[in-house]
Design a protein around this ligand. Structure first.
Ligand code: C5P
Length: 218
């Protein structure tokens, strides 16, 4: 079997996106950003004016939102109901609401099914998220759990977002707590995942480490 599926999980700011895109390009595969899917649904929920405290209202919007997902690792993109949302899904409104939307079990079931369909249609894919190894792709060839110190994660995110590091660290801590403590598919390291602490590692070093791990498994 020549198919390759790599699962990359971990908290926000652990370097998942950059590393996953680079690894996907290196193996000639595609890249699926499942966080972007939760963010795009959150964008649609906010657009619809749905109440973030109403799981049924959120679910209704999620199930009726048409997501179009581009998986080219050089230029990933996502559209919701025909609108490209690459920019707004990185803004503070969506970032502030996404953990609440992602905690709704029916939303997760819907997006996990879509993710599994995308994975099934690709010969080589790197999938990044929070529950990939445990829920979305339990048969992945390689499962990686990326971590980094809280300070390193906040420093990376605030460089990306041009916000100050202290505020970013507080926001990451808030989202990690919500993502790890929710009842439905919480963020956690799968038993068979390899933990890679990227604190102090360059992107190249992390990509090389994952490529080596993948070679030893396929
Ligand atoms: O990875 P990113 O920071 O873009 O993810 C945004 C949010 O989407 C996370 O904080 C989490 O609440 C949710 N998420 C999730 N499951 C995934 C990917 C993301 O619950 N597989």
């Amino acid at each position: 079997d020549e198919r390759i599926v790599v699962a990359v999980d971990g908290p926000s700011g652990s370097g998942k996106s950059t590393v996953s895109r680079r690894l996907a390009a290196a193996i000639g595969g595609v890249y699926l950003d499942t966080g972007a899917m939760y963010r795009a649904v959150t964008w649609a929920v906010l657009e619809a004016g749905a109440d973030l405290a109403d799981p049924d209202g959120i679910t209704k919007v999620a199930l009726s939102t048409d997501l179009s997902i581009g998986t080219d690792p050089a230029a990933p993109h996502i559209a919701a109901n025909g609108t490209n949302v690459d920019q707004p899904i990185r803004g503070p409104e969506v970032t502030g609401a996404v953990s609440a939307v992602a905690a709704v079990p029916a939303v997760r079931r819907h997006l996990v099914a879509r993710q599994q369909a995308i994975i099934a249609g690709q010969p080589r894919i790197v999938v990044e998220g929070r529950d990939i190894a445990g829920v979305v792709a339990p048969d992945a060839d390689l499962k990686v759990y990326l971590t980094a110190s809280a300070a390193a994660r906040a420093a990376r995110r605030s460089t990306e977002d041009a916000t100050d590091t202290a505020a970013t660290e507080a926001d990451l801590a808030r989202r990690d707590k919500l993502d790890s403590s929710r009842a439905a598919d919480p963020l956690r390291q799968a038993d068979d995942a390899v933990e890679v602490d990227t604190t102090g590692m360059s992107i190249d070093e992390v990509v090389t480490r994952l490529s080596d791990l993948l070679k030893s498994r396929t």
